[in-house]
Design a protein around this ligand. Sequence first.
Ligand code: SME
Length: 159
Amino acid sequence: MLYFTVYKIMFEALKESIVTIITNKSIDKDLRLQQICELLKESIPHYDWVGFYFKNGDKPELKLGPYAGAPTDHIIIPFGKGICGQVAVSNQNFVVPDVKAQDNYIACSITVKAEIVIPLFVNGENVGQIDIDSNTPDPFTEEDERFLEFINKEVAKIL
Ligand code: SME
């Protein structure tokens, strides 16, 4: 119970910082997204890699945008491939408590145990997503989903 309360308070505090970053017109959009990734990775113990993927022009694929964490080889992900590619076509949140239990999964690092991907909509169109990898098994709750949905709505305002 205490665990959930602490996380709720932390997410509420972080939401204010996210709005401050989003509304900072003195830096460009990508730098603001970069700051969001770094803030999340540094503040939330179970967020070990945080990044945005966006639809790559008219192609049926995602392209890596700003991120925080270890560099990944997966700069381009075709629609349908991996957790990210599945979210690009399903338009649904995808919470993976155990990546080893997934057939259609693209491994970025052997330390990753769990993943969450939340689609990002602009005017109802799925234009990308926020992707979080965790080295902690089964760490994500509905609070993470609501928090990340909030972030994507804020990000949509500057895309
Ligand atoms: N694991 C993802 C690939 C992206 S990396 O996590 C950065 C997937 O299965 O789509």
